[in-house]
Design a protein around this ligand. Structure first.
Ligand SMILES: [Cu+2]
Length: 158
């Protein structure tokens, strides 16, 4: 007589414990990882390589492939002037990240939360993340901050 009641009680306790426990898995992981939206052309190899580096650095990356005109539209809308432009444009926590910017610089910006539109590594500097070349040659380059008004400052030198 008592056994079925005990079984029912144990089952009930287990169910409520399971319900109260925070759920681990994809939902919990994405809450911690900053979401990065990347706009690029479908054929851009160095963009893809940069995206992989961002994923390895902990960003949850969403990629949208656009044609050249649509990509230019995104850059114009986000205040990425011609002097700042590179191959791909990303948006993370409301900030623009243009080109082959190292993940550490992005993490620093997200931590410091400066009053800027974003940061950019103009052009395609050799040796920047996603722009590695055989033999390891690298061009010194700067990561610049920029505002919607087009004001730039040096954020980092590499
Ligand atoms: Cu590139």
């Amino acid at each position: 007589m008592k056994l079925p009641i005990l079984v029912a009680l144990v089952a009930g306790v287990s169910a409520s414990l399971a319900a109260g426990r925070p759920v681990a898995g994809p939902a919990a992981a994405s809450a911690a990882a900053p979401i990065m939206q990347v706009y690029k052309s479908a054929t851009c190899g160095c963009c893809k390589s940069w995206v992989e580096k961002m994923q390895a650095a902990g960003f949850e990356v969403r990629v949208t492939d656009l044609d050249e005109a649509a990509l230019q539209e995104v850059k114009a809308k986000r205040g990425v002037g011609e002097n700042l432009q590179s191959c791909h444009t990303a948006v993370v926590n409301g900030y623009v990240v243009e080109g082959h910017v190292p993940a550490a610089d992005i993490h620093r910006m997200l931590k410091e939360k400066p009053a800027i539109a974003g940061i950019a590594a103009p052009g395609m500097p050799r040796g920047s993340p996603g722009m590695e070349v055989p033999g390891g040659a690298r061009d010194p380059y700067q990561v610049l901050t920029f505002t919607r008004a087009g004001k730039t400052t040096v954020f980092a030198r590499h």
